[in-house]
Design a protein around this ligand. Structure first.
Ligand code: ZN
Length: 671
């Protein structure tokens, strides 16, 4: 189901294992204020765009137009998320901007939080859990503020919108994945017309898919399904189709950007994307994806389109998103070294040789600086991306894997002094280890996971790639994580110059076990199981290693003053355990051993010890660290001469969170 290897936001927020600055983290050392806003379970940060000024004027102008193309797609995502989101935003923003009452009242404060949650969720549902936000202000308060609005300030269907906010039965979940439910009928997204059922949608897609097609288009990627005269039809998102006004603005800015392309290949890629937006033709999207994947020369790069399908319970339609970025050339040497040694890593991994690839190519990997986050990548954003999603394109034309290092740097810098280490790390010595090496080993972990881990190993002939079914994502993520963990402790990384200390890997090992066994539980509500694939994978690895190292006391749970701490007594042995589990997980994947996958997941990855869970939640609550984080964007301004030509592009970091949201609403309103 999950087509891409995008690292979920969750991983990013896991990075916030606190640590203070070290020599490994030169950039964090300044007066830049990373903290913007804290509300509900969210912290909004800002990120720096280092080296923007080192770009040529042409590149800056290219970035500028691409960021405009990114911001113009905002309303598409809001409408994809729920059919009432745009009207709801109008209503809430009208109340917010016209408010002249007591700002200290409980009702107003609760409304202020709700407004900020809706902005963060790009609609009325939580970006991660996809549950509808629960208002904690009174209905009377909202209705009286609406009654006091100036003439024409509120949208027409105000009563229905108020009911939608306060009636928990309406649009309860944006993406429902509950087993046994009609996933289409019970999901509140706007990718399918109300009234359509899962069996109708599945029958429709089964009817148009061509059996045996080796290069299938991404069916449904850019369409909304409707029923017309009893027949299902697809309405494409395109110029002249659905979301035409937004798409026309995107196309106009892509057109301007193409003038400043760095080379002909990049210009062609942008032109093909424009063709796709103009025609809605999915074969053209594949052509664009191939051109995009093969353009590895340009420094400036971008994602712009209907990309990830997590917002669709059936995994068909892509949520609109855009990220504009440019290559961080010195940091990219790291991933190039890894890719260049891909065969060595494959040959020396602890898995059975029949499950190894004889010839392995590291995916094209680079470290990038994000210049703008938009659509489904804003305000919450991934820290690593691996695209395109179509498997046949990946196999035949390669894929691009990127790490957004200025984003990980912002997470790291913002976590300084948040008290996490003091609360959860067992002793000063371990805290110092994290201080010194966690930033670099965390980034290397991501690089190894993305560049080599997912690409390593092979299926035995005849094994169905979907044989592990609902456990496939968890096992696949565990495989990539274990590959990264195992090699972080390998002297090879010192030999090829990626680490400078044989102690460094211990920082990532400690954080990984602490997170997998304890601290990630802060994201789970009391009484609930672990559901998300990345979280399951981390629990699986950490608990398996704990259980299998018990006889040798490799990992120890230490009780002190009623609190539980993790102590790792033997890091070398822990590396051995990671290698052993990697071999087993690769066997499970290569042979399609569903029973073993199910047993691993059910034994180690799902259930939560309620006592430890409560302890973690209590200790976390005392720290007031937000479980989810996201970002405001910098503001780019084109400086023009008397003839209107752009002579410079400036960057400013001072815009606040509500200011940015309200400005985007005014400036990029398209639907
Ligand atoms: Zn992954």
């Amino acid at each position: 189901m999950k087509k891409s290897l995008i690292i979920a936001t969750i991983m990013a927020s896991m990075l916030s294992t606190s640590c203070s600055r070290t020599a490994q983290r030169a950039e964090a050392d300044d007066d830049f204020n990373y903290h913007v806003e804290r509300f509900a379970d969210i912290e909004v940060l800002r990120y720096k765009v280092p080296d923007f000024d080192s770009l040529s004027l042409n590149q800056k102008i290219l970035v500028y137009y691409l960021t405009e193309a990114a911001l113009w797609g905002r309303d598409i995502l809001w409408d994809q998320n729920n059919a009432d989101n745009l009207a709801m935003r109008d209503l809430l923003e009208a109340v917010y901007t016209n408010y002249d009452g007591d700002r200290e009242s409980a009702d107003y404060k609760a409304f202020d939080t709700y407004m900020k949650q809706v902005w963060f969720g790009n609609g009325i549902h939580h970006h991660y859990s996809t549950d509808k936000f629960v208002p904690t202000f009174s209905r009377d308060f909202l209705e009286s503020r609406i009654a006091a609005l100036p003439e024409g300030a509120a949208p027409a269907n105000t009563e229905a919108l108020v009911e939608l906010i306060f009636n928990p039965a309406l649009a309860a979940k944006r993406v429902n994945q509950a087993e046994g439910a009609d996933l289409i009928a019970s999901s509140a997204n706007n990718l399918y017309e109300a009234g359509l059922t899962q069996s109708e949608v599945e029958a429709y897609y089964n009817g148009i898919k061509k059996p045996g097609d080796l290069t299938p288009v991404s069916y449904g990627l850019n369409t909304r399904l409707r029923k017309v005269d009893g027949k299902i039809v697809e309405e494409p998102y395109k110029v002249g189709g659905l979301y035409s006004n937004a798409i026309e603005h995107i196309v106009a800015n892509l057109d301007s950007a193409s003038v400043y392309a760095e080379n002909d290949a990049q210009r062609q890629t942008i032109r093909t994307l424009i063709d796709f937006y103009t025609t809605g033709d999915l074969a053209t999207f594949d052509k664009y994806s191939i051109e995009w994947a093969e353009d590895t020369d340009s420094q400036v790069d971008f994602i712009n389109g209907f990309i990830e399908s997590y917002g669709d319970p059936l995994g068909m339609t892509g949520a609109w998103e855009s990220i504009v970025n440019f290559k961080n050339i010195p940091a990219s040497e790291r991933t190039e070294i890894l890719s260049g040694n891909a065969q060595w890593f494959e040959d020396n991994s602890p898995v059975d040789s029949s499950f190894k690839k004889e010839s392995v190519k590291g995916v094209s990997a680079k470290v990038i600086t994000a210049a703008i986050l938009a659509g489904d990548a804003y305000p919450a954003t991934p820290i690593g991306i691996n695209l395109p999603n179509a498997n046949w394109i990946r196999a035949a034309h390669g894929s691009k894997s990127v790490t957004l290092e200025n984003i990980t740097q912002a997470y790291d810098a913002a976590s300084h002094g948040d008290g996490f280490n003091e609360e959860f790390v067992i002793d000063e010595e371990t805290a110092r280890l994290l201080d010194s090496y966690l930033f670099i080993t965390d980034n290397l972990h991501t690089d190894l996971h993305e560049c080599l881990g997912h690409g390593s190993g092979r299926l035995l002939p005849g094994v169905d790639p979907d044989a592990l079914k609902e456990h496939g994502s968890t096992i696949e993520e565990a495989r990539a994580d274990l590959f990264a963990l195992y090699y972080l402790g390998d002297p090879k990384l010192i030999e090829i110059g990626l680490l400078d200390s044989p102690e460094a890997y211990k920082s990532e090992y400690y954080k990984y076990i602490l997170n997998g066994m304890m601290t990630q539980l802060m994201r789970i509500e009391p009484g609930k199981d672990i559901e998300e694939a990345h979280m399951r994978n981390r629990a699986l690895i950490a608990r398996w290693a704990y259980e299998h190292g018990k006889a040798d006391n490799v990992i120890e749970l230490v009780e002190r003053d009623g609190k539980t701490y993790i102590r790792i007594n033997d890091y070398e042995a822990l590396r051995g355990l990671f290698g052993k589990l990697l071999a087993e997980i690769q066997r499970v994947r290569s042979t399609g051993d569903y029973a073993a996958a199910k047993s691993l997941v059910e034994t180690y990855a799902v259930k939560v010890d309620p006592v430890l869970h409560k302890e973690v939640l209590d200790r976390y609550a005392g720290l007031n660290i937000a479980p989810y984080k996201g970002f405001v964007n910098p503001v780019y301004t084109a400086v023009r001469d008397a003839e209107g030509r752009i002579i410079d592009v400036t960057i400013d970091y001072t815009e606040g969170y509500p200011e940015q949201m309200l400005r985007y609403g005014r400036q990029y309103r398209s639907l």
